[in-house]
Write a protein that binds this ligand. Structure first.
Ligand SMILES: Cc1ncc(C[n+]2csc(CCOP(=O)(O)OP(=O)(O)O)c2C)c(N)n1
Length: 684
C-alpha cells in the first residue's frame, strides 16, 4: 500500500478504517437490537459492503451530494463521519443515526424516516428511499442543479444491482448522458436482490457494461477493497468535475446478513458466505496498513475499540432519547410558507377588478396566462427553469411554453427525453439541491408513470427527512375530456393527487386564476401538482397589468346566490356558471364556488356559502367513484352537517374510461343539463 500514490495522509488512511469499523459495529448492534425488538421496522444491513460507501464518499468535497437506497446506513454514516470537523460532531452524527433507527425525536429525521429513509440533507445526503431505484432520478436532478450552479460539485448515487433493472436506471442514465450531468452512479452488486441471484434477474452480468449503451464509461471494481473503490470513484468524480458527464461504477460486494433481519438466507450456501467473509474489507485493509508500516497492531486495535465505544454511546444516547411527541404528528408535511396579508388582500381587490373589467387589466388567453407566469417568474428568479417533453422550440403540446426557449435558451427551457419518471424525479432532485423546477408532464394521464417520483420522493421527502429539506417544484400538466382523444389522454386524475400528503393540487379555471396561481406555485416552497384543462387553453379572460399572485386555499365565489351552493373547479366552473345563468331565469339563485386549489381546501368560503344556502351540489369532470367531490361532500358532512337542509348531490363523470366517439365522450362527462338536474335534486 502506497499512501502517497493513493493521495492519502496517514490520518485519512486511519479514518477510512475507523469509518468501516463504525459501520460494521453499528450494523452488528442494530442486528442485535432488531432481534430483541428494541429497534422496530425493517433494517437492511450494510455489513460487508463498508468499503464501497467509505471508499466512494472519501473523495467528496463538502459541496457534493449523495443519494442512497434502502441499504443506506453505510452511506449516511460515511458522509456524516467524513464531514464531521470535530470529535463532538462525529459523536452527534452517530447519535442521530442510532436515534433515527430507534424512531426517536433526536434522530436525523426526528423519527419520521427510520432505517429506510435515513438522511442528513444538511450535509448533502439527499436521503435513502424505500423504493428500489427511487433515488436514481433524484440524483440525476441533483446533478442537473450542480451543473447549472457551475460549481463543479458532483453527486454520488448509490443503489443495488437489483435497481439497475428498473426503468429509473435506464431513463436516468440516458438523461444524464445527454446532458453531461456530474453524477457517479454506483451499483453495489452484492449478488442478490432479496433472494434472487443476479444471474436470474439481470440479462448480462456486467452491469457496468450497460453504461456503454448510453456512452457512459462503466467500470467493475472490487467492492471489498476500499482503495480500489476510492480510485475508481475519484476518477469518475474527476470526469464529472471537468464537465465530462456521468460514470457508472459497479462494485462487486457481499452483504454479511440476509436481505433483512427475518431472511433465513436459504438461497445461498455457507461455503459461499465463508468465501466472501474471507475477503472481509476491514481486516484486509488493516493488514495493508500494518504491512506498509502505517499502523501498528496496537493502533489498529485502538481504532476498533474506539469505534465500539462510539457505537455503544450512540446506542445509549438513542435509548435515553424521547419518542417524538404525538402532538407533532403533522409537523413538516408542508413547508411553512406564508403569503403576506397585503398579498392576500390585494388579490381580493384584483379579483374584483378583473370581474368588472376596470383600468389596469387586459385580456389574454389561458395558455398565455401560463406562459406569462412562467416568463415573469424566470425573469424574477434565476433558479426557475422549465423542463418537459417538447417544451422547447415546439412550445409545449398545448403551446403554453411558446417563446420561452427563444428567450431563455436551452439550459433553462429543457426538452427532455420521454421519461416521465425521471422528469418527475429530476424535478425533485433539482428542487432539493436549490433550484425551482417547473416540470411539464404532457398529460395528467401520464403522471402515474412518475407517481413514485412525485408522490413517494417529492411529496414525502420533507416529512421523512425531518423537515430538513424543501422540495419547491411545480409539476405542470393538463387533463380533462373534450378533444375525442379517448381514455389515455382525457382523464381527470386530481383525486389521486390530493390523496398524497405533502403536495398541493391546483386547478385553475380562468386566465386570471391560472396566472396568479402558477406564479404562487413557483414561489411556494412546496411541491405542487398544477393541473390545467386542455379545453381552457384558448379561453379568454382579464388579468391585471401588475405583478400578482393568488394565495392557495382561497376559493373564489364566481357567482353569488342564495338557494344552493354549486362547488366545482377547472373547466366545470364554466358549465356551472352556464347552468346557474339558466336556473336564474327560473328564479333559482345558485352560488358558484370555484375551489381553485383542491389542496389546500378553502372550507371557510364553503362554510359561509353552505350556512347561507343549506344545499350543496359538488360538480366534477372526474369519474364518480373516488372523485374529489366525494371527499368534498364528506368534509361538508363532517363540518357543516347542522346547516344542511338536504343531502349533498354529486354531479360527476360516468365510471367509464373516457370514450373517443364524440357523443359518447359528451355523455361521459357532466353537461349543463345534468348540472341543472343536480341542482334541482338538491332543491327537492
Ligand atoms: C420498487 C420496489 N420493488 C420491490 C421492493 C422490495 N425490495 C426491497 S429491497 C429489494 C431487493 C433490492 O435489491 P438490490 O437493488 O440489488 O439492493 P440490495 O437489497 O441487494 O442492497 C426488494 C425486491 C421495493 N422496496 N421497491
Amino acid at each position: 500500500m502506497d499512501l502517497q500514490a493513493e493521495g492519502l495522509s496517514v490520518a485519512q488512511a486511519f479514518d477510512l478504517l475507523r469509518q468501516m469499523w463504525e459501520i460494521r459495529l453499528f450494523e452488528e448492534r442494530v442486528y442485535d437490537l432488531l432481534g430483541r425488538n428494541q429497534i422496530k421496522g425493517a433494517s437492511h444491513l450494510y455489513a460487508g459492503q463498508e468499503a464501497v460507501a467509505v471508499g466512494a464518499i472519501s473523495v467528496l468535497r463538502d459541496d457534493d451530494l449523495i443519494t442512497s437506497a434502502h441499504r443506506g446506513h453505510g452511506h449516511c454514516h460515511a458522509r456524516g463521519a467524513s464531514m464531521a470537523k470535530t470529535e463532538a460532531e462525529r459523536t452527534a452524527h452517530y447519535n442521530k443515526m442510532m436515534a433515527e433507527l430507534c424512531g426517536r425525536a433526536t434522530g436525523y429525521c426526528l423519527g419520521r424516516g427510520g432505517s429506510m429513509h435515513i438522511a442528513d440533507v444538511e450535509k448533502g445526503n439527499l436521503g435513502a428511499t424505500g423504493i428500489v431505484g427511487g433515488n436514481i432520478p433524484v440524483a440525476t436532478g441533483a446533478g442537473l442543479a450542480c451543473k447549472l450552479a457551475g460549481k463543479e460539485s458532483t453527486v454520488l448515487c448509490f443503489f443495488g444491482e437489483g435497481a439497475s433493472n428498473t426503468g429509473n436506471f435506464h431513463e436516468s442514465l440516458n438523461m444524464a448522458a445527454l446532458w453531461a450531468l456530474p453524477v457517479v452512479y454506483i451499483v453495489e452488486n452484492n449478488l442478490y436482490g432479496m433472494s434472487v441471484p443476479v444471474g436470474r434477474s439481470t440479462a448480462r452480468l456486467d452491469i457496468a457494461d450497460r453504461g456503454v449503451a448510453y456512452g457512459i464509461p462503466g467500470e467493475v471494481v472490487d467492492g471489498m477493497d476500499v482503495l480500489a473503490v476510492r480510485r475508481a470513484v475519484a476518477e469518475a468524480v474527476k470526469r464529472a468535475r471537468q464537465g465530462e458527464g456521468p460514470s457508472l461504477v459497479e462494485c462487486l460486494t457481499y452483504r454479511w446478513y440476509g436481505h433483512s433481519r427475518s431472511d433465513p438466507r436459504t438461497y445461498r450456501t455457507k461455503d459461499e458466505e465463508a468465501a466472501w467473509k474471507a475477503r472481509d474489507p476491514i481486516p484486509s485493509y488493516a493488514a495493508g496498513l500494518l504491512e506498509a508500516g502505517v499502523a501498528s497492531r496496537e493502533e489498529l486495535d485502538a481504532v476498533e475499540a474506539q469505534a465500539r465505544r462510539a457505537i455503544e454511546e450512540a446506542t445509549a444516547f438513542a435509548f435515553a432519547s424521547p419518542n417524538p411527541p404525538v402532538e407533532e404528528l403533522e409537523l413538516n408535511v408542508f413547508a411553512p410558507f406564508q403569503w403576506t396579508r397585503s398579498e392576500i388582500d390585494r388579490e381580493h381587490e384584483l379579483r374584483r377588478l378583473v370581474r368588472t373589467g376596470g383600468k389596469g387589466t387586459r385580456k389574454i388567453r389561458y395558455w398565455q396566462a401560463i406562459q406569462e407566469a412562467l416568463r415573469e417568474e424566470m425573469i424574477r428568479d434565476p433558479r426557475v427553469f422549465v423542463m418537459g417533453e417538447d417544451v422547447g422550440l415546439y412550445g409545449g403540446a398545448y403551446g403554453a411554453t411558446r417563446g420561452l426557449f427563444e428567450e431563455f435558451g436551452e439550459e433553462r427551457v429543457r426538452d427532455t427525453p420521454i421519461s416521465e419518471a425521471t422528469i418527475g424525479g429530476a424535478a425533485v432532485g433539482a428542487a432539493m439541491a436549490g433550484l425551482r423546477p417547473v416540470a411539464e408532464i404532457m398529460y395528467v394521464d401520464f403522471t402515474p408513470l412518475a407517481m413514485d417520483q412525485i408522490a413517494n420522493q417529492g411529496a414525502k421527502n420533507r416529512y421523512m427527512f425531518g423537515g430538513k429539506t424543501i422540495v419547491p417544484m411545480v409539476i405542470r400538466t393538463e387533463g380533462g375530456a373534450g378533444r375525442n382523444i379517448a381514455a389515455h389522454h382525457s382523464q381527470s386524475l386530481e383525486a389521486l393527487w390530493t390523496h398524497f400528503p405533502g403536495i398541493y393540487v391546483v386547478m385553475p379555471s380562468t386566465p386570471y386564476d391560472a396566472k396568479g396561481l402558477l406564479k404562487a406555485a413557483i414561489r411556494d416552497d412546496n411541491p405542487v401538482m398544477f393541473i390545467e384543462h386542455k379545453m381552457l387553453y384558448s379561453t379568454e379572460g382579464l388579468v391585471p397589468e401588475e405583478d400578482y399572485i393568488i394565495p392557495y386555499g382561497v376559493a373564489d365565489v364566481k357567482r353569488e346566490g342564495t338557494d344552493v351552493t354549486l362547488i366545482s373547479y377547472s373547466r366545470m366552473v364554466l358549465r356551472a356558471l352556464e347552468a346557474a345563468e339558466m336556473l336564474a331565469k327560473e328564479g333559482v339563485s345558485v352560488e358558484v364556488i370555484d375551489l381553485r386549489t383542491l389542496k389546500p381546501l378553502d372550507m371557510e368560503t364553503i362554510a359561509v356559502s353552505v350556512k347561507k344556502t343549506g344545499r350543496v351540489v359538488g360538480l366534477t369532470e372526474a369519474c364518480k367513484t373516488g372523485s374529489f367531490v366525494s371527499e368534498l361532500a364528506m368534509r361538508i358532512q363532517e363540518e357543516l352537517f347542522d346547516w344542511l337542509d338536504a343531502p349533498i348531490v354529486r354531479v360527476c363523470a360516468a365510471d367509464v374510461p373516457v370514450p373517443m366517439s364524440e357523443p359518447l365522450e359528451d355523455a361521459a362527462i357532466p353537461n349543463v343539463q345534468r348540472i341543472i338536474a343536480g341542482v334541482r335534486q338538491a332543491l327537492r
